[in-house]
Design a protein around this ligand. Structure first.
Ligand code: SF4
Length: 379
């Protein structure tokens, strides 16, 4: 472990060796026998060494390949990466929305201590909408055009609670009011096409909150909205999280979206964890060249305006033919520094400071030095 460890933030779970334990590896300096046994999950969501693979005619799609993280109630995790990085499949795995017949899933998804990977589908269905809820990215295609908005919000409430239709409708109207829909008592009987884009997204949020979920997953919740409405929806999610004390996973390709909201950030690349740490770690002292690329491609108000934003060269790899060694090596400007190791050897996720993990062969000193140079040039 490098020197200069940050003191542990109060109230923040110590995840220092969580990823290592989940993979059955010992922390540096310990043999496997000396490593602590796998601990019981304490966070509301505890994912350990999750793999989700899909066999296809063209080969095995490794959509999620060894993902581990823990999330407490009241906290927000931002999962960031380009399209095809595995972030949405991770969330669909948590919701159990994969076909067990044509997918291979291994690892653990503990929700309140219960392993959803081992649970049968009827049990996962029972938890979905009740303990776990999702806000999808396109409300127009997620809301059914044939049913009123109120009906769709009330549906999960009716299924999971012993109440009549009248009480469920009143609950739906109340939720619409709480998410800021004016005249909610009458708008509850409107159809989705009678709502604007922003109102439909608010209705989706009301639907997700209808059973007071412990875990709320928002998959690109603002992508289909214009910028001013985006800000309102993000504020709304943040306010409601405070009110409901849910754990929130925010999935996005845009680091800017999670900059304000997320307590912790997981950067994914090619189905794997590239970097995992607090928002402060990932924005303040990122260690992975892919994270540097993502940060360089986003406009920042705390930096002088640049003529052009920097892009990451190349394109994300096929998840069937993931590059050997570090999957980022064909696009990485620093791959040549490691004498071919980047092409040969998959980098392990290793702690660079307390609660901050990076999977890169660059030494911690090199990571810090390169980031400091890049940061100096940008500011
Ligand atoms: Fe780049 Fe090598 Fe680090 Fe991968 S392991 S990000 S290729 S320096």
């Amino acid at each position: 472990m490098a020197g200069g460890e940050a003191p542990r933030e109060e109230g923040r779970p110590d995840r220092r060796f969580a990823g290592l334990r989940a993979r059955g590896r010992a922390p540096a300096g310990q043999t496997a026998d000396q490593a602590p046994a796998e601990s019981a999950p304490t966070a509301v969501l505890d994912i350990r060494d999750l793999h989700i693979h899909f066999p296809t005619d063209d080969g095995l799609v490794k959509a999620v390949d060894g993902v581990s993280f823990a999330l407490e109630r009241g906290r927000t995790l931002g999962i960031v990466g380009e399209s095809g990085s595995g972030k949405s499949v991770t969330s669909l795995g948590i919701l159990g929305l994969y076909n067990r017949g044509n997918s291979q899933i291994s690892g653990k998804i503990y929700l309140d201590g219960e392993d959803l990977v081992a649970a049968d589908q009827s049990r996962v269905r029972e938890l979905r909408g009740n303990k776990i809820a999702m806000i999808f990215q396109d409300p127009l295609s997620s809301l059914h055009p044939y049913y009123t908005v109120g009906n769709q919000i009330a549906e999960a409430y009716l299924i999971h609670n012993k109440v009549g239709k009248k009480a469920a409708r009143a609950h739906a109207a109340d939720l619409l009011k709480r998410v800021g829909i004016p005249h909610a008592e009458t708008r509850v009987d409107d159809y989705p096409h009678q709502f604007s884009g922003g109102m439909r997204q608010r209705a989706m949020i009301a639907m997700a909150l209808s059973c007071d979920p412990e875990l709320l997953i928002a998959d690109e919740p603002t992508t289909a909205l214009d910028v001013t409405v985006q800000a309102q929806i993000l504020d709304l999610i943040s306010d409601l999280q405070e009110e409901y004390h849910s754990a929130v996973i925010m999935i996005t390709h845009d680091l800017g979206v999670v900059a304000e909201l997320a307590d912790d950030i997981l950067v994914m690349y090619a189905g794997r964890m590239a970097e995992y740490g607090s928002g402060q770690d990932v924005f303040g002292s990122p260690g992975h060249p892919y994270t540097w690329g993502l940060l360089g491609s986003m406009p920042r108000l705390d930096r002088p305006r640049m003529d052009r934003l920097q892009s990451i060269r190349g394109t994300p790899p096929s998840l069937i033919h993931v590059p050997s060694g570090c999957p980022f090596h064909p696009r990485c400007d620093y791959a040549a520094r490691n004498n071919g190791r980047c092409e040969r050897e998959v980098p392990e996720l290793r702690p660079v400071s307390l609660g901050h993990e990076v999977s890169c062969h660059l030494s911690i000193d090199e990571q810090r030095r390169i980031w400091a140079e890049r940061d100096k040039v940008a500011s």
